[in-house]
Design a binder for this molecule. Structure first.
Ligand code: KG4
Ligand code: ZN
Length: 340
């Protein structure tokens, strides 16, 4: 069978990325232009600045991806692009570029859901991986437990009712004065702290729900710090970071393992930026393996936003017949269950 070469394009937040992926699993190239240094001084992503930066860099990023892959535009099978969810202005840059390319090259255009992309990073990292499996997708905007039924359809078993896990990490990092993005900073600082120093709440919904809630733990940490500051007491930032991380990762692990058990699933995959968290990886492995469930995750560079995952998800969508036309628009919010 002829190789399927997909150009993946990703611009949903603060990374402009392009990649060429062969048959959904083999990375021929991956280029990521991150805007972290630009947004850092504002303490978070500024949507308007993100869109402008995507516009400035996207063509060069795509050219570099093709050059590194040694593939010409003509040799591509299809163009896959993230069309949501994300920042609408940022998404529009990728979507418009992909439409222009598909139109001028007369190649199929495949719209990809960003979260499905995160999940598919596991197919690249683990060439033997086949559905079904249980997946925890935790990023800056999402915290979902999904059951991957096949390569393109997912059943949502639980999700956050308020903040995403990554959002909570970013917020607490800001309160602790650690800077943006907060996840990696908390991860590093927590390694020096005591995870049992402070007991922050772990929320469990009634009615057997596997949903998450992270706004309570976030508020509890902020209140704890304010109280200590008001009393003029010195506090150990590393202990707070470790205790916060402990509470969040406990919830992520417990709910995900329970979801896997409900399905009789023997495999848990982690995905999204928060899957880069060292404590989450170690805890999930330990807790799940005690129950005979295997845990896998992508390497760090495939956990945070990239275009390889879009090229991979784009391949599976392409094989499944997903096609977009020139009316494709960006969708800031997009339900995982209702998408293509
Ligand atoms: O998947 P991603 O790159 O972008 C979104 O789709 O949101 O995820 C970014 C999120 C940020 O909130 C960041 O703080 C978090 O992932 N993150 C981490 C770690 N690395 C990135 N959170 C915890 N521990 C980490 N090591
Ligand atoms: Zn993402």
């Amino acid at each position: 069978m002829e190789d399927i070469l997909i150009l993946g394009i990703e611009s949903s937040c603060d990374e402009t990325a392009a990649a060429v992926v062969q048959n959904g699993r083999t990375v021929l190239s991956s280029v990521i232009n991150t805007q972290i240094d630009i947004h850092k001084k504002y303490g978070g992503v500024v949507p308007e600045i993100a869109s402008r930066r995507h516009i400035e860099t996207i063509n060069a990023v795509i050219d570099e991806a093709l050059e590194k892959a040694g593939v010409t535009f003509k040799e591509l099978t299809a163009i896959a692009v993230t069309y949501g969810p994300g920042l609408v202005g940022a998404l529009l840059v990728g979507v418009s570029t992909a439409k222009a390319l598909a139109y001028s090259l007369k190649k199929p255009l495949v719209n990809v859901h960003h979260i499905k992309g995160h999940i598919c990073a596991n197919y690249v990292a683990h060439p033997e991986l086949e559905p079904p499996f249980t997946c925890l997708v935790a990023s800056g905007g999402h915290s979902h437990i999904v059951y991957a039924k096949d390569y393109t359809s997912y059943e949502i078993m639980g999700m956050t009712r308020d903040d995403a896990a990554g959002e909570a990490f970013d917020k607490i990092a800001r309160v602790l004065g650690l800077g943006y993005p907060g996840g990696p900073k908390i991860d590093a600082l927590a390694a020096e702290g005591d995870p049992e120093a402070v007991s922050f709440p772990r929320v469990r919904m009634a009615d057997n729900s596997l949903d998450f809630s992270f706004s309570g733990v976030k508020t509890a940490v902020i209140n704890h710090i304010h109280k200590l500051e008001q009393r003029g007491e010195a506090y150990n930032k590393a202990d707070i970071a470790a205790s916060f991380q402990n509470a969040v990762t406990d919830a992520l692990c417990e709910h995900t393992i329970e979801a896997a058990q409900r399905r009789g699933s023997r495999l848990i995959a982690l995905a999204g930026g928060v899957a880069a968290n060292s404590s989450l990886r170690a805890k999930m492995k330990k807790m799940a393996e005690d129950k005979g469930i295997e845990v896998i995750y992508p390497p760090l560079e495939l956990c945070t936003d990239n275009a390889v995952m879009i090229g991979s998800a784009g391949y599976f969508e392409y094989m499944n017949g997903t096609r977009a036309d020139m009316s494709l628009n960006a969708a800031a919010s997009l339900d995982l269950a209702d998408s293509v």
